[in-house]
Design a protein around this ligand. Structure first.
Ligand code: ZN
Length: 81
C-alpha cells in the first residue's frame, strides 16, 4: 500500500506539489498548509495546529475532578465547624 492509497489523497510525510513538480518540507508550507509558490493545498491545516480531541477530554476530566475536590474540601471544612 502506497501513501497515495490512503484516504485524503497524496498527503504524506513529505508534501509533493504537483503544480510545481517538487517536494516541500512541512516548515516551508504556508500557515494554512498551502504551497508558497502556487497556493495548492498540500497539508491539512487543522492537522498542523489543532489540539487533539482527547486533550480536551483530559482537561474536562481534570476540571471536574478538581471541582469535586474543592466541593469535598468545603464540605470537610463545614463539618469541622
Ligand atoms: Zn506549488
Amino acid at each position: 500500500m502506497s501513501l497515495d492509497d490512503r484516504p485524503g489523497g497524496t498527503v504524506g510525510p513529505v508534501p509533493w506539489c504537483e503544480a510545481c513538480n517538487r517536494y516541500l518540507t512541512p516548515p516551508t508550507l504556508e500557515e494554512d498548509g498551502t504551497c508558497p509558490d502556487c497556493g495548492t493545498v498540500l497539508a491539512e491545516p487543522e492537522e498542523r495546529h489543532k489540539v487533539p480531541w482527547h486533550f480536551w477530554v483530559m482537561v474536562l476530566a481534570v476540571t471536574l475532578y478538581l471541582g469535586w475536590r474543592v466541593v469535598q474540601g468545603i464540605l470537610w471544612v463545614l463539618g469541622k465547624l
